[in-house]
Design a protein. Sequence first.
Length: 273
Amino acid sequence: MNITQHKQYVEVSGFGQINLELTLDCGQAFRWERLPDGSFFGIADSRETRVKKEGNSLLFFNTAIEDVENFWINYFDLAEDYERILERLCRDEKICFAHSAYGTIRLLNQEPFETLCSFIISACNNIPRIKTIVKTLSESFGEKTENGFAFPSAEVMASLNEDDLSVIRAGYRVPYLLDAARKTASGEIDFDKIRGLSEDEARRELMKINGVGKKVADCTLLFSLGFKDCYPVDRHIARAETLLYPDGLPDFFSGNKGLAQQYIFHYQRTYTK
């Protein structure tokens, strides 16, 4: 991988492939906005950037090279060899078709508390409304960045009550968000500890939070805590599994079921009725 400082941007190349639009807008994260020039503006873990794909490079604008090296490389999982992973997954013809159609989707490494709250908000919701709620929550209670607002910390949210959060219009999810914040702020939910647990143990820890079921826990594990074999199942994935894999998932998905899940979703959406 090569990281090069240019006058107006930092260029990262030599990492392989990425479908930037799909990676940022496939339901992993909810803080990215597509701009008219095809770039994306986002705020993650109190950092903001504008990123654009040109050829096989990612260009980071208004971003220090140190932030690219120390944060954004990991956020976009650019050090991982996706060509090797996808060569294995593409032994399955359905994954192969989906990869040919959509290119390389990368799994983001996000801040765990924001990811947990975002997927609590996602329950029985659609992506535009999730984005609106997360944005309102950040603008109402998060710290100001140069061009937006960071997601509020667990400590800030733990100090709030249901009336305070009525502004975000999240309905029945508000008590669950407050419980997540209070248990995180108190240390009862310790994300560093969770990273070192088995998948089953980690899931049980997250499900101590009111309103967090298996799907929300699994999304948090996959998209922020490095559990790449985690396989979140919603009604779309359950339907796809029944139709496409009636005998179960192939053994060679093991270790990368989370990435396989992304391609299964897009395969069933495009190729099946």
